[in-house]
Design a protein around this ligand. Sequence first.
Ligand code: UFG
Length: 325
Amino acid sequence: MKILVVGGAGYIGSHMVKKLALTGHEVVTLDNLSRGYEDAVKYGEFVHGNLGDKNLLNTLFSKHRFDAVMHFAAFIEVGESVTEPGMYYHNNVCNTQVLLDAMVSHDIEHFVFSSTAAIFGEPQYTPIDEAHPKNPINPYGRSKLMVEQMLEDYDRAYGLKSTCLRYFNAAGADPEGELGERHNPESHLIPLILQAASGRREAISIFGRDYPTDDGTCVRDYVHINDLCDAHSLALEKMQKSGDSARYNLGNGKGFSVQQVIDAVKRIADNEFKVIHAERRAGDPAVLVADSALAKQALGWTPRFEQLETIIETAWQWEITFFSR
Ligand code: UFG
């Protein structure tokens, strides 16, 4: 197939581009490099541009006959979305709508969308399945839910088929060492701990030790980036065969606390680093764990990186090779 990957220069998008290319697909990446890196696009054609640029999309869609579009081009920082909501609604919602309209006018029928556990808001129960109420508590989560809703309407009105994949905590790196996580500034737990372990930062702060969990720190469901990419490929195949839109929650179904992640990094890196006990971060639910039974059953998705240690090991290899170059 010929697939357009929007946001293919970012963390998850770049791993997806690699997987698609290595499984025989023709890939074009569209990315404005606002958060991604051109050198992360190791396969296929790279186009520098914005997903909200109608003229560029029309040119691209006239030049290539795409079978599907995958969208990884959203802003993802919860805190930033609270202070800069306009930026989030503009890019994550308005620009995505421009892309969808261009797809409709060029008869591109299949769309795979990176959604998030943040659409659920404060969990009413865990693990979180697809039926869980959707009450996002920040502009980031709301922007993703708006696109999910827009996609339902575009399916009804224009027949645009979509699969929304709600990631829990994407983690890890390409096991072959070619790609990894490079957010700037970094705000995610695992890369920050790895920076402390490699000496690139002084310490790691634990945001809150008084949550109602076993050790008092927040529990999250870490899912390896390659497992997420597998789910995208399976979802696209399934959508093309069935002709139906779908939504799936993607996680390992196992929760690990912030303290457990720090302990695991200490074992893997085999060194000590400073841990600071800090205040809670606003908007963090105590526990976020996915129920991915539907993805497993409907897509035949089987996460290959189930152990937290294995996930962290891939990210640690990236930390000590890429950042020491
Ligand atoms: N944390 C720390 N110290 C840090 C950074 C994070 O204690 O320096 C804690 C957070 O408070 C949280 C946990 O580590 O309890 C994980 O935090 P991350 O920032 O790595 O991830 P989040 O769970 O906040 O968010 C991630 C994605 C979002 C997505 C969300 C959905 O970044 O895009 O998962 O579950 F919406």
